[in-house]
Design a protein around this ligand. Structure first.
Ligand code: 5GP
Ligand code: MN
Length: 323
């Protein structure tokens, strides 16, 4: 039981005694990074704490998550230099905080809240629970043990973290406990149809063009049971959307039934690419990502690479089992 963990009790003590909280999630934040951070932030604010939340550059918020309590956010350049309590969310290592990693050294106390199995801890207290489907699931237990108000705003943010990290309750990380927490969040005011619409049913028309280009150049390599594609800077420009709005593109290519592993390479600036990996379970893409300087989970991982998309694909391919 998560509430019996020594780190859980220590986290409750830290959060109870702090008057001012500085929150940070990983760079390129997804639904769980933002949802867990803003959910705890909203509940802390309702409990009378002073709260600021941020994430490292680029400080671009995915459009999808504009319904979350964004008034808690400040740009990374405005984050307190020496926080009283610095709390990190969904970041498997300090470098995933980007420019805000510096606060790990300057803060009085650091609390790490995460569910990445690869996280070896970098805080004063490390609450790392790999069994949790989402960091937001851990935060729900904290808020409830703290007795902080769980209003509609906070419940919606936490529910969003769970929905996105479980792929709408369809991945193997969806445990009975995950569904119990989701039920408690719906009871507290989260509305599944509202979260579902914002996250999965609303994209700008330009996204369709971008998806079309990425799907159109997808490649299947049956000998590796690999499907991959590339997202170019020109695609984004033509569709009028930002890189931060492309998190779900990989979900469109990974459904090819001939594949066990899906890879989407996204062109960044200056000859760098960001690589997203997904597995159906047979291959540990987390290990592949770690070998290439990144990280993640068994079935979902990523890394950044200096070089072309083809170089990056080649690096992944040699680490895959061949049929
Ligand atoms: P995505 O492909 O959606 O960006 O990321 C999938 C998973 O891999 C997430 O759990 C994310 O935290 C992790 N991940 C993605 N990119 C990186 C990276 O560059 N470094 C590390 N350590 N983890 C990453
Ligand atoms: Mn994440």
């Amino acid at each position: 039981m998560i509430r019996d963990l020594p780190a859980f009790r220590q986290a409750v003590e830290l959060l109870t005694s702090a008057t001012s909280l500085t929150l940070a999630c990983h760079v390129g934040p997804d639904g769980d990074a933002l949802g867990s951070m803003l959910g705890l932030g909203a509940a802390a604010r309702a409990a009378g704490k002073k709260v600021e939340a941020s994430f490292g550059e680029p400080f671009d918020l995915p459009r999808t998550y504009r319904f979350l309590p964004l008034d808690l956010l400040v740009p990374p350049g405005e984050v307190t230099e020496a926080p009283e309590l610095f709390v990190t969310f969904d970041a498997g290592s300090a470098d995933r905080l980007g420019v805000l990693a510096s606060r790990v050294a300057t803060a009085e106390t650091v609390l790490v809240i995460d569910h990445h199995v690869s996280n070896t801890g970098f805080g004063t207290v490390d609450l790392i629970v790999p069994d949790a489907a989402a960091t937001a699931e851990i935060v729900y237990h904290l808020v409830s043990a703290l007795g902080w108000p769980l209003d509609e705003e906070a419940a919606t943010a936490l529910y969003t973290g769970i929905v996105t990290d479980t792929g709408r309750f369809q991945y193997s990380n969806t445990k009975p406990e995950t569904l119990r927490v989701a039920a408690a969040l719906v009871e507290a005011g989260a509305r599944p149809e509202v979260v579902g619409r914002h996250v999965y049913e609303e994209v700008p028309f330009g996204y369709l063009r971008v998806a079309g280009a990425v799907l159109g150049r997808a490649v299947l390599e049956p000998e590796y049971r690999l499907v991959w594609s590339v997202l170019t800077g020109d695609d984004l420009a033509a569709g009028g959307i930002g890189l931060e709005d492309t998190d779900d593109l990989i979900d469109l290519i990974r459904i090819a039934e001939e594949s066990d592993v899906a890879v989407l390479v996204k062109e960044l600036d200056r000859g760098r690419v960001k690589v997203s990996l997904r597995s159906r379970g047979r291959v540990d893409v987390g290990a592949v990502a770690v070998a290439l300087g990144g990280g993640g989970h068994h079935n979902a991982a990523g890394f950044t690479w200096e070089g072309t998309a083809r170089d990056a694909i080649a690096e992944v391919r040699v680490r895959l089992p061949r049929d």
